[in-house]
Design a protein around this ligand. Structure first.
Ligand code: C2E
Ligand code: CA
Ligand code: CA
Length: 742
C-alpha cells in the first residue's frame, strides 16, 4: 500500500475529551500522521486510533484507509484490550472465534489480519487503541514491526499527555489573566515571561513590553513610593524554602492615576535550570484598607457629635490605666430633663442640643481631656494627667458652658446638667485591679446622686454611695419577697365633701405589713419599689384590690363612694393600663365612674403616646383622672388645659402653711379659682384642723382629705367608718359649727 496517497485519512471533529474544538484539529492532525506511519511500518492498508476513556463513548481520533462512516464503537475493539492485555494479534479473524462474527470482519472492510495495542493514560489505565489491519491473513507482524508499533503507541500516549498538559496550562493562564491580582512570572534569569491583565493595569504597560524585561527594572522603578522596600522584599530569602514561599509584604506604589496604592505582595519560587523561576502576586488592597478605616471610624465615633463614642473612650481609659500611674479621673455629664426636650421640642431639637453640648465641652476643656459621647444625653470626659484637685474647676466649667443659653431652632433654651466624677486614686487596689468598668460604675453612681440631689451640680463618688446602692438592692429583693407573700395592704383615707360633710370617696394608700418591723408607710419603701421592675406588678395588684374592696362599700347619702388609686409612672408608660383597669372592673362589676386615677407631674409632663392614648381612652369610658400633689413641681395652671383631667389635688404643703403664710394662701386661692373656672373639682390634701377646713370652704374648695377627718384606715375600719356615715352622717364631729381656733 503506497503511503504517499492515503485514501481516507480523515480527522475527527471532536478529538479527545480533554480537548476543546480548536484543540481537536491540531490533535487530530498529529494523530493522523501517527496512524499513517503505523500503516506504513506494518505495511497494512488500514490503521486507526480510537479512544475510549472510562465510560465515555469511544471516539476515533484518526484513521487511515478506513471509511469515515464506520462506527467508532467497533473500531475501539471494546472488551478486547486493557492494561493487563496490552497487545493483540489475530492472524485470521475469520478463523477466530471471537472475531469471526464482528462487523469489521464479516462485512466492510472485511478484515482478516488485525494487530492492536493499548494506549495507557497518565494514571496507567487504558485510554485507547492503536490498530493496524489487512484484508489478507498473516501469520504475524514480525519483530521489528512490533517494536516500531510499540514505539508509535508510546508516542501516542505522550501526545495525549502533552495535550492534557497544554490544556491545563491554558486554563491556568486564563485564570491568571482573569484574576484581580497582578501576576508576573519570571524565568531563571529574572526576566518577565508572563504578566497578566491586572499587572498591565498596575504597571501601565503592555504585557508585550514587559516580557523579557528584568524584573528588578520593572519592579522597583514602578513601585516608586518605596523602591527600597520593594527591592528588599524581592530579594528576601524564602520563609519556607521547601514550599518556595516568600514573606508577605505590604508595598506602596503609584497607581495609574498617580495616586498611592497599597499592595499586598506575595511571591513563590521554583527551581528552573541553574536558577529560580518566580511568580510575583500583587493585590491592590487600598480600597479594602479604606473600607476597614471607615468601619473603624463608625465603630469608634459617634455619628451625631463626631466625638469618640463609649467604646473609644473605654479603650482610652483602659490603656491609660494600664500604661501609667498618672492621675486619672472620669466624669460623666448628663443633661437634666433631656427627655422633656426630646418630647416637647422634637428629636431634631434634641440632636441639636447634643451637638451644641459636644462642641461646648470640647472648647471648654483642655486638650489633654478626652471628651466622648457615652450614649443618650450622657457625655464622658477622661481627665488624664490632671491632678485630682484641679479637676473640680473643669467640672464647674462644664456645668457653666452647658448652662449658657442655647439657640435651638431659632428659640433660646436653657439647659442644666449634672456631673458625676470618680477618681482613679480612690480605686482600692488591694481588693481589685483598677478596672475601667469599676471607674465607670462609680462615675455613674455619682452622676445618679448629682441628679437625685436636684441636678445642676457635680458630685464625687464616695463609699457611702456604694452602700446606699447595696441597701437599695437588698430592699428590692425584700420587696419582691413581701409581694409574693402577700405582705402588702391597702388602707383607705376618706375624702370629704366640704359642703355636705359626707364621705364621697377614699384614696387607696399602700402599706407593708412587715413581719418584724410592723406596718410600714410608703416613705419606708416606695422610692425603691417605684424604681424597680416590681412596680408594674404591684400597681396591677393595687388596682384590682382597690376595686374589690370598693365594690362592697355602701352608698353614702344616696351616692356611691368613689375609689382613688395612685399610679406608678411605669404603669402608664410601660404597661397596658386600660387592660388592667378593664379587668378589675369586669371582675368586680364596679362602674368606671367610681374609679379615679391619680397621676403626678412625672406622668403628666412626659406624656408619651402610650400614656396619652391609654389615659384618654380610660376617660372616654368614664374613669376619672385627678392631678396629684398639684403646685409642687413645674406644672403650671395652663397645663391643666392641655391635659384632660377631672380634679386637682392641692398639695399638703400649701394647705399646711396657708393660715400663716400669705403666699401659700394666695397659691391655694388661685388654684381653687382657676380650677373652678375650668369646671374642675378641687380637693385639698392634708387638712388637719377646722381653721384650714373653714378657710378652704370659704375659698370655694369642694373637697378635703386629712387627719382632721381620718388617717388612712385598714379595710375593716374603713367599712365601719362608712357604715357609721351611712347611718348617721350628722354625728360626724366636723359638721358641728366650730368656734374658730385661736
Ligand atoms: P399622696 O398620694 O399625696 O397621699 C397622701 C399622703 O398624705 C398619704 O401618705 C397620707 O397618709 C398622707 N396624709 C393624708 N392626710 C394627711 C394629713 O392631714 N397630714 C399629713 N401629714 N399627712 C396626711 P402615705 O400613705 O404615707 O403615702 C405617701 C405617698 O406614697 C402618697 O402620697 C403617694 O404618692 C404614695 N403612695 C401611697 N400609696 C400608693 C399606692 O398605692 N400607689 C402609688 N403609686 N403610690 C402610693
Ligand atoms: Ca395621691
Ligand atoms: Ca397627694
Amino acid at each position: 500500500m503506497p503511503f504517499s496517497s492515503p485514501p481516507a485519512n480523515d480527522v475527527s471533529e471532536r478529538g479527545l475529551r480533554v480537548s476543546d474544538g480548536h484543540d481537536a484539529i491540531a490533535f487530530g492532525e498529529e494523530f493522523g500522521d501517527l496512524v499513517a506511519l503505523a500503516a506504513r511500518v506494518a505495511d497494512t492498508p488500514f490503521a486507526w486510533i480510537a479512544f475510549a476513556e472510562g465510560d465515555a463513548p469511544a471516539r476515533v481520533v484518526a484513521r487511515f484507509g478506513v471509511d469515515a462512516g464506520l462506527d467508532p464503537q467497533l473500531l475501539a475493539l471494546p472488551g478486547t484490550l486493557d492494561a493487563e492485555v496490552p497487545r493483540l494479534t489475530v492472524a485470521d479473524a475469520r478463523e477466530d472465534a471471537c472475531f469471526a462474527g464482528a462487523t469489521l470482519v464479516a462485512a466492510y472492510p472485511g478484515i482478516r489480519f488485525l494487530h492492536a495495542q493499548v494506549l495507557l493514560g497518565e494514571n496507567g489505565s487504558a485510554i485507547g487503541t492503536l490498530a493496524v489491519a489487512d484484508r489478507q491473513p498473516r501469520p504475524s507482524c514480525g519483530r521489528d514491526t512490533l517494536q516500531a508499533l510499540d514505539r508509535l503507541a508510546a508516542l501516542g500516549e505522550r501526545l495525549v499527555e502533552r495535550h492534557a498538559l497544554q490544556r491545563r496550562n491554558r486554563i491556568a493562564t486564563q485564570i491568571m489573566q482573569a484574576g484581580f491580582s497582578a501576576m508576573i512570572i519570571t524565568d531563571e534569569d529574572g526576566q518577565v515571561t508572563l504578566a497578566n491583565r491586572a499587572a498591565e493595569l498596575l504597571f501601565g504597560m503592555r504585557g508585550r513590553r514587559m516580557r523579557g524585561m528584568p524584573v528588578e527594572l520593572l519592579f522597583p522603578s514602578q513601585l516608586q513610593v518605596d523602591p527600597v522596600a520593594a527591592s528588599a522584599w524581592l530579594h528576601a530569602a524564602d520563609v519556607d524554602a521547601a514550599l518556595g514561599r516568600a514573606p508577605q509584604a505590604r508595598l506602596r506604589a503609584f497607581g495609574p492615576n498617580g495616586d498611592v496604592r497599597t499592595l499586598e505582595a506575595s511571591r513563590c519560587t521554583w527551581q528552573l535550570g541553574r536558577g529560580q523561576g518566580k511568580a510575583i502576586i500583587l493585590r491592590d488592597i487600598t480600597d479594602d484598607l479604606a473600607q476597614q478605616a471607615t468601619l473603624r471610624q463608625l465603630a469608634l465615633y459617634d455619628a451625631l457629635t463626631g466625638l469618640p463614642n463609649r467604646t473609644a473612650l473605654v479603650e482610652t481609659l483602659t490603656s491609660h490605666l494600664e500604661a501609667t500611674d498618672a492621675p486619672l479621673s472620669l466624669a460623666l455629664l448628663g443633661i437634666d430633663n433631656f427627655k422633656t426636650i426630646n418630647d416637647t421640642l422634637g428629636h431634631a431639637a434634641g440632636d441639636s442640643v447634643l451637638q451644641t453640648t459636644a462642641s461646648r465641652l470640647r472648647l471648654a476643656l483642655p486638650a489633654s481631656a478626652h471628651v466622648g459621647r457615652f450614649g443618650g444625653d450622657e457625655f464622658g470626659v477622661l481627665f488624664a494627667g490632671i491632678p485630682d484637685d484641679e479637676v473640680g474647676a473643669h467640672l464647674d466649667r462644664m456645668l457653666l458652658v452647658v448652662g449658657e443659653p442655647m439657640d435651638v431652632a431659632g428659640s433660646p433654651i436653657h439647659l442644666e446638667a449634672s456631673v458625676g466624677v470618680a477618681v482613679r486614686a480612690e480605686l482600692n487596689t488591694e481588693d481589685s485591679l483598677p478596672s475601667a468598668s469599676e471607674l465607670i460604675a462609680r462615675a455613674d453612681l455619682a452622676l445618679y446622686k448629682a441628679k437625685a440631689r436636684g441636678g445642676r451640680q457635680w458630685c464625687r463618688y464616695d463609699l457611702g454611695m456604694r452602700r446606699e446602692v447595696i441597701e437599695r438592692r437588698m430592699l428590692e429583693i425584700e420587696l419582691r419577697r413581701a409581694f409574693a407573700r402577700g405582705e402588702f395592704e391597702l388602707h383607705y383615707q376618706p375624702q370629704i365633701d366640704l359642703a355636705s360633710g359626707l364621705t364621697f370617696g377614699a384614696e387607696a394608700l399602700l402599706r407593708w405589713r412587715h413581719p418584724e418591723r410592723g406596718l410600714l408607710p410608703p416613705a419606708a419603701f416606695l422610692d425603691v419599689l417605684a424604681g424597680s421592675a416590681l412596680a408594674n406588678d404591684v400597681g396591677r395588684w393595687i388596682i384590682r384590690q382597690a376595686c374589690r374592696d370598693a365594690a362592697s362599700w355602701p352608698d353614702v347619702g344616696g351616692r356611691p363612694v368613689a375609689i382613688s388609686i395612685n399610679l406608678f409612672p411605669g404603669q402608664v408608660h410601660e404597661t397596658d393600663l386600660g387592660e388592667d383597669v378593664d379587668a378589675a372592673l369586669l371582675e368586680t362589676g364596679l362602674a368606671p365612674e367610681r374609679i379615679e386615677l391619680e397621676i403626678t407631674e412625672t406622668i403628666a409632663l412626659n406624656p408619651d403616646d402610650n400614656a396619652s392614648r391609654a389615659l384618654a381612652a380610660l376617660r372616654r369610658r368614664g374613669v376619672k383622672l385627678s392631678f396629684d400633689d398639684f403646685g409642687t413641681g413645674f406644672a403650671s395652671l395652663s397645663m391643666l388645659q392641655r391635659f384632660p383631667i377631672d380634679r386637682v389635688k392641692i398639695d399638703r404643703s400649701f394647705v399646711r402653711d396657708m393660715l400663716d403664710n400669705r403666699g401659700d394662701a394666695a397659691i391655694v386661692r388661685s388654684i381653687v379659682l382657676i380650677s373652678r373656672n375650668m369646671e374642675l373639682h378641687v380637693t385639698a390634701e392634708g387638712v388637719e384642723n377646722h381653721a384650714q377646713a373653714a378657710l378652704l370652704r370659704g375659698l370655694g374648695c369642694n373637697a378635703a382629705q386629712g387627719f382632721l377627718y381620718s388617717p388612712a384606715l385598714a379595710p375593716r375600719a374603713f367599712d365601719k367608718w362608712l357604715a357609721a356615715q351611712a347611718s348617721d352622717p350628722v354625728r360626724a364631729p366636723w359638721l358641728a359649727p366650730e368656734p374658730q381656733d385661736g
